[in-house]
Write a protein that binds this ligand. Structure first.
Ligand SMILES: O=C(O)c1cc(=O)[nH]c(=O)n1[C@@H]1O[C@H](COP(=O)(O)O)[C@@H](O)[C@H]1O
Length: 308
C-alpha cells in the first residue's frame, strides 16, 4: 500500500500516529509471559510467543483507533529465527486487523543485495516456478546513505506492488548531528543533501495526495531541522519518531505536517506499549493502558493540526 493508502487511513482514523511494536520480554505483562513460559519454558520460543501474543492484544485494542504499526526488526532478530517468525506472524495479524504496516528494518546495501531485501520485505521471492510472498510489509525504513543504487531496488518493487519506503534524513538520536549536520556544499548540510536526493529518487511516483513512494525520516527531537526538511521536501511523506520516550513533543512534531494535517505520521513505541507499567495494575490492564496512551497522543498532536 502506497502513501495514498496510509494517508486515507490517517484521515479515516483522524489520527496521524503509528504505534511501534518494539517489544522486549520485560515489556510483556507478567500474565502473558507466565502463560508462554509454562507452555514453552523460559526459552527463545517462549519469549517469541510472548511477544506475538502481546502484539496481538495491543493490536486488538488499537485497531479502531490507530492507522499503522511499525514493528522494529531488532526486537525480533534478538530472538533468532523464532523471533523472526513472531515478526512474520505479527505482520500478518496486523494486516488482518487493517493496519498499514511499516517494517522498521533500516536496510542499506549494494544494489544486488538491496534487491534481495526488497524481495523479502515488500515483494516476492522466486522459488522454482513460484513467486512467494514473505514478510509482505506495506512499507520499509531504509538507510539511503550508501546512495541511490541502495534505494532504487526497493522503489522498483514499490512501483510493482504499490508500496513505499522511508529513508533516513535527520534521525532522532543525540549523535545524529555528528555526520548529518556537517556542512556540505555551499553552506548546506549532509542531511539537506540527503533530503534533495530522496525528493529526486522519488520523482515521478507521486500518488493522489502528491507524495512519492520515497518517504523520509525526520526525528521529533530536532524541530528546527524538521521544519527545514518539511519545507525542502514538499512531495515527501515524513515518518517522525522520537515523540514521548525520546523527549519530542506535540509542539515539535507539528512542523512535520502540511495543510490539512497531511504528509506525516508520528511514531511512539515505548510510550504506548509500556503504558501499563505506569498504572500499578501489573499489566492486567495493558490493553486499556495502551489505548488511553494512544488517545492521549492523538489528542495532544491534534491540538496543533486539523486532519482533513
Ligand atoms: O526509523 C525509525 O523508526 C527511527 C528513526 C529515528 O531517527 N529514530 C528512531 O527512534 N526510530 C525508531 O523509532 C522507534 C522509537 O521508539 P520509542 O523511543 O520507544 O518511541 C524505535 O523503533 C526506533 O528504532
Amino acid at each position: 500500500m502506497s502513501f495514498d493508502a496510509l494517508q486515507e487511513k490517517i484521515i479515516a482514523c483522524k489520527n496521524p500516529t503509528v504505534v511501534g511494536l518494539d517489544p522486549k520480554p520485560e515489556y510483556v505483562p507478567p500474565h502473558i509471559r507466565k502463560a508462554c513460559y509454562e507452555q514453552y519454558g523460559e526459552t527463545l520460543e517462549g519469549a517469541a510467543e510472548a511477544l506475538y501474543r502481546f502484539n496481538c492484544g495491543l493490536m486488538d485494542a488499537l485497531c479502531e483507533l490507530v492507522p499503522a504499526v511499525k514493528p522494529q526488526s531488532a526486537y525480533y532478530e534478538r530472538l533468532g529465527w523464532r523471533g523472526m517468525e513472531a515478526l512474520e506472524r505479527t505482520i500478518r495479524y496486523a494486516k488482518e486487523k487493517g493496519f498499514f504496516v511499516i517494517a522498521d528494518i533500516k536496510r542499506g546495501d549494494i544494489g544486488s543485495t538491496a534487491e534481495a531485501y526488497a524481495d523479502g520485505w515488500l515483494g516476492t521471492t522466486r522459488v522454482g516456478e513460484q513467486d512467494l510472498s514473505v514478510f509482505d510489509a506495506d512499507c520499509v525504513t531504509l538507510n539511503g546513505y550508501m546512495g541511490g543504487d541502495s534505494v532504487n531496488p526497493f522503489l522498483k518493487v514499490c512501483k510493482q506492488t504499490d508500496k513505499c519506503t522511508f529513508s533516513l534524513v535527520k534521525t532522532s538520536n543525540p549523535g545524529s548531528g555528528e555526520l548529518q549536520n556537517v556542512t556540505a556544499g555551499a553552506g548546506d548540510t549532509v542531511y539537506g543533501l540527503m533530503a534533495d536526493l530522496i525528493e529526486k529518487w522519488g520523482a515521478g511516483t507521486e500518488g493522489k495526495y502528491g507524495y512519492t513512494m520515497a518517504g523520509a525520516v525526520a526525528g521529533a527531537t530536532h524541530p528546527d531541522e524538521l521544519k527545514q526538511i518539511r519545507a525542502r521536501m514538499p512531495h515527501t511523506f515524513l515518518l517522525v519518531p522520537g515523540y514521548g520516550a525520546q523527549g519530542g513533543t506535540a509542539e515539535d512534531v507539528q512542523y512535520a505536517f502540511q495543510a490539512k494535517g497531511r504528509g506525516a505520521i508520528v511514531n511512539s513505541s515505548r510510550g504506548i506499549i509500556c503504558a501499563w507499567q505506569k498504572t500499578g495494575k501489573d499489566g492486567a490492564d495493558y490493553q486499556e493502558a495502551a489505548r488511553n496512551a494512544a488517545i492521549a497522543m492523538r489528542d495532544d498532536i491534534c491540538r496543533f493540526i486539523t486532519i482533513e
